[in-house]
Design a protein around this ligand. Sequence first.
Ligand code: HEC
Length: 172
Amino acid sequence: MKRLGIVVLSLIFSFQASADEREVITIPSEIKALFLGEMRTHLDNLNEITLAVASGDFKSAAFVAKNKMGFGHSVREIMTVQGKSEEEIEEKLAQLRKKHGTSDHPGRGMGRYMPEEVRELGRAFHKAAEHFANVADTVKNPPTVADYQRVFTALSETIDVCSACHSSYRVE
Ligand code: HEC
């Protein structure tokens, strides 16, 4: 009897695990490929950040978060390839932030193809990454236990946004 109970329970759990109730975002297939590519890069970015923190290199961790995950990171990457100066890039990003940073606006990144609720999560993600960058950037040498705690808390807050979006949405 006990065994039967376990079988029934495990069937219920496996059914629940396979039911996918996430909202579907429909995007053109070439955009989907770009989007998922960007996602995989974000996982690499997280790994780079974690490795940098593990080796006590907080400046590099902050650099990756700000430049590869912060607001307008795609624009920054393009302008960097074009050889623009840090000043020109910051000026452009300040303009874009004013225009698209908080309002209901599609912006220039992947958000253009997404519903507003997803864009909002995207903005929360950029903000969390920027907050992490600020926290990591202010760590002095040698770092204290409290510094590590602040840095990992900010990192976890960023990962929380990744998870929040993944648990609610999928693309097709
Ligand atoms: C605004 C929403 C959003 C945020 C924020 C977000 N993701 Fe995603 N991510 C998605 C969606 C939607 C998918 C597609 C899931 C699906 O269709 O099953 C995805 C897929 C992925 C994939 C799978 C890629 C593939 O090739 O299939 C990885 C890896 C990933 N995300 C990593 C991350 C990491 C790491 C973060 C945070 C640093 C993050 N994502 C933040 C929405 C988001």
